[in-house]
Design a protein around this ligand. Structure first.
Ligand code: OFO
Length: 171
């Protein structure tokens, strides 16, 4: 059984994961309108993953006798200055998510809820990967010259990256 405090904290995380999904969905849609299909494919996939993170939390809350709340979300931005801004924002957002996950783990330790602490380890590992991925993408973009560089190559690379990730998940 979840304590009220943990239930509330998990519901806040559900909201954040839902907001992440919407945020990346907005970026994906914007990239698609700019003709950057590889970047948009990558971001659509990233948005789906965040929705999966949200659902995983919702199921956990309900299974443990709490009630998952479907969040009301603020509309994300409609447009972005460029690809560099998009991935800077992705990294910034992932760092924020990691901070929140760490805080959540801290609350579980304080409350003595080791079951939830254990459940959250999956998110801790996931955040390491997601931050590393965002940094890798930004490094690549820098190498190709940022928004003024070879966006065609960058777009193609992200298409390959999204396909490789999808294959790894299917394996
Ligand atoms: Fe990338 O944020 Fe979910 O966990």
């Amino acid at each position: 059984m979840l304590s009220e405090k943990i239930e509330t904290a998990l519901n806040q995380q559900i909201e954040l994961e839902g907001a992440s999904s919407q945020y990346y969905l907005a970026m994906a849609s914007w990239a698609e309108t700019q003709g950057m299909n590889g970047i948009s494919t990558f971001l659509y996939k990233h948005s789906d993953e965040e929705r999966m993170h949200m659902l995983k939390l919702m199921k956990y809350v309900n299974e443990r006798g709490g009630q998952a709340v479907v969040p009301t979300l603020k509309a994300p931005p409609k447009s972005f200055k460029g690809v560099k801004e998009v991935f800077d924002l992705v990294l910034e957002h992932e760092v924020k998510v990691s901070t929140e996950i760490n805080k959540l783990v801290g609350i579980c330790v304080k409350e003595g809820d080791y079951t939830t602490q254990n459940f959250l380890q999956w998110y801790v590992s996931e955040q390491i990967e997601e931050e590393a991925l965002a940094r890798k993408i930004l490094d690549k973009l820098k190498l190709l010259g940022g928004d003024k560089g070879n966006l065609y190559l960058f777009d193609r690379d992200l298409e390959t990256l999204a396909a490789a990730e999808a294959e790894a998940e299917g394996a």
